[in-house]
Write a protein that binds this ligand. Structure first.
Ligand code: GLN
Length: 535
């Protein structure tokens, strides 16, 4: 149960993409490090109810919480920096807020009232922010307001924050504003004017920030800190430098150097406990200094947009750091594999095929899965990456040339991947996949069992199609072993090749559970196998 209820809001100005998510996650990491019961919440001011229907081209990866909400990728940063599993209480969109208010209106709960943005929408926002504290039993919630101040979509949220600042004691609400201090290429000078303007914009909504975090390419000299402090009306020591760093995992360390966590806790009238960042520092050192390289090819549809596979990249980095190795990722567009064949896959120590939807690029992914099988190259298939491995095996080993998933060929005579009856009638796209964590039982004596070292696992899902049990015996007989099942035995959760150094493909998304200080066992096992395979 929450004992205290304190709110830290993180807003952003000047441009998007300054790293508000990483800043919020870093604050979570640092406050948690000082023993504060803290949780994080992301507000996405879109009308989408969740991120499930959004295009990865625009927004990057869709992250899935344990309880099955499809969210923005920032929730992934939060989980990784907090070493904790979050839930739907930690993610809020305008779609959810309006949906709730409109449903209440239809039920007649507001009888007689004119339903308006103020107070009805703002009340709903405030109650969901407070709900994050209650749902997680935390004392402090750091809330990231997506978008940039001045956006029309963000206004109801800023108004809700303004109201909370009014309603609650001063020491219970703090506002952190992240802005940009660019360098002018002609003079090489750092410029504070954009920051001043964005704070002005924030103040126009009635909110005075308590801290200004200045994202800047180089160190922020004292004179500039003083200037920002004067123009933005905050104490100089509340201007925090947020310099460009080689890795996002260095951000908490840099903010701690600035004393940000200590200052923030003091502002909230909380006594800071001791901070021990030794393990985090050790992880960062391993990330930075590991010399041995392992070269992995990721074959996907959206490889030109790295954020589409963010959790996978991070999981590889965590596992690499644990093994004292630097993971070099070769991003290979599936179409290139279709055009160039084996040439596109040269020089790799392992292949990973990630999740995906739709037919484009499937032939290239099937080729890559088959290439790894016949050459003995370690293979890690994730979700769609498992489905293409099954298709590749059916075609090449079982000789079923037309084997396919019914997602790509509804009339295939060998529907080795197919919809379950409960999915067959589903028409609406939003939130209707198999989503969130489900348990699975691992078969003893398999590679996956050896990697986890347990009989039962819980992993998150995001898919509609499944391995078709009708063909189970044929696959097993030919050497592709189903090695993980749902507890009722109806669903195949993973397969692996019997006669291969390391070929494991899973229907779930292990990448969502990897943490810097707790790398995921499957990623570690995969990289270990890759390390001993020569390119
Ligand atoms: N498109 C596949 C399905 O829906 C795989 C989904 C995924 O890889 N996340 O089952």
């Amino acid at each position: 149960m929450s004992v205290l209820a304190k709110y830290v809001f993180v807003t952003g100005g000047v441009v998007s993409g300054l790293g508000k998510g990483v800043l919020t996650a870093s604050l979570g990491c640092l406050l948690r490090g000082r023993g504060v019961r803290v949780t994080l919440q992301k507000i996405d001011p879109y009308l989408n109810v969740d991120a499930g229907t959004m295009n990865p081209y625009e927004h990057g990866e869709v992250f899935v919480t344990r309880d099955g909400l499809e969210t923005d990728l920032d929730i992934g940063h939060y989980e990784r920096f907090l070493h904790e599993e979050l839930s739907r209480a930690n993610y809020l969109t305008t779609g959810q807020v309006y949906w709730a208010v409109i449903q209440r209106e239809r039920r007649g709960d507001y009888l007689g009232q004119t339903v308006q943005v103020i107070p009805h929408i703002t009340e709903e926002i405030k109650s969901r922010i407070k709900g994050a504290l209650e749902a997680t039993g935390s004392d402090v919630v750091v809330v990231e307001v997506g978008g940039t101040v001045g956006d029309i979509e963000g206004l109801p949220y800023l108004e809700a924050i303004r109201q909370l600042r009014d309603e609650l004691p001063r020491e219970d609400v703090a506002v952190v504003h992240l802005a940009y201090v660019p360098i002018l290429s002609t003079t090489g000078e750092l410029k504070t004017k954009p920051t001043q303007h964005s704070v002005k914009e924030l103040r126009a909504t009635g909110i005075q920030p308590d801290f200004i975090v200045a994202r800047c390419p180089t160190a922020l000299p004292l004179a500039l800190r003083k200037k920002i402090a004067l123009f933005c009306d905050v104490p100089t020591e509340h201007v925090i430098e947020d310099r460009d760093l080689p890795s996002i995992y260095e951000v908490p360390l840099a903010l701690a150097e600035e004393g940000f966590d200590r200052k923030l806790l003091r502002r909230l009238d909380l006594t800071p406990g001791d901070q021990d960042l030794a393990a985090w520092k050790d992880f960062v050192r391993r990330l930075r200094d590991s010399e041995r390289a392992i070269r992995i090819g990721i074959v996907g549809k959206y490889v030109e947009l790295r954020d589409a596979y963010l959790s996978i990249t991070e999981a590889l980095r965590h596992a690499g750091a644990a093994l004292g190795a630097r993971v070099e990722i070769a991003w290979i567009p599936a179409q290139r594999v279709e055009e160039e064949g084996e040439k596109a896959l040269a020089g790799l120590q392992g292949i990973l095929v990630p999740g995906g939807f739709g037919e484009r690029g499937i032939a290239g992914k099937v080729f890559a899965a088959d290439y790894a099988r016949r050459t003995g190259l370690p293979y890690f298939g994730i979700c769609l990456g498992m489905q293409v491995a099954v298709i590749a095996f059916a075609r090449a080993v079982l000789g079923w040339k037309e084997a396919n998933s019914t997602e790509f060929d509804p009339r295939t005579p060998y529907p080795v991947i197919d919809l379950l009856p409960e999915q067959a009638g589903v028409r609406a796209k939003g939130g209707t996949m198999r989503l969130g964590e489900y348990p699975a039982k691992l078969q003893p004596g398999t590679r996956i069992h050896a990697a986890y070292g347990t009989d039962t696992i819980g992993e998150r899902h995001r898919h509609r199609y499944e391995f078709n049990l009708r063909f189970l015996e044929a696959f097993e007989g030919a050497g592709l072993l189903p090695c993980a099942f749902s507890p009722d035995g109806r669903l195949v959760e993973a397969v692996e090749l019997r006669d291969h150094p390391w070929y494991v493909a899973v229907q779930f998304h292990p990448e969502f559970r990897s943490r810097p200080l707790r790398p995921h066992p499957l990623f570690v096992a995969f990289l270990r196998a890759c390390a001993s395979s020569s390119p």
